[in-house]
Design a protein. Sequence first.
Length: 152
Amino acid sequence: MNSLDINQVLEYLPHRYPFLLIDRVLSYEAGRNLVALKNVTINEPFFEGHFPHHPVMPGVLIIEALAQAAAILSFKTMGAQADARSVYYFVGIDKARFKKPVTPGDTLRLDVSLQRHLRGIWKFWAEARVADTLVAEAELMCTVRSLKTAVD
């Protein structure tokens, strides 16, 4: 079974605290699917303002966590790693639905499946679950672009 610990996750994502939203990859099959985890804790910086009296993980961050899982699957499929010369962008988010709130103490299970890769656009079906309960789902489209850096 293919899996990644947090140190390996950091090799595939340029994100860092507080925006790194993947704690571990449980399994993946390049070109097919990936399952990752995000442990949601009360120490997350967004809980201070969303909402102090009833902390709820913002839906946009659940979608971002799914996109980060999709990015790892893309890089694993390409046989590449993230670096300072590339960035992974959203191209589109369709069919996004939020079914239940995510709160501190939850563990998000992030399931992404590659639907297609055509002309540099990656399309995924993505689902987030807490235990066995679907909390969010979306169709994600992303692309990897090269950047001009100070190194060039």
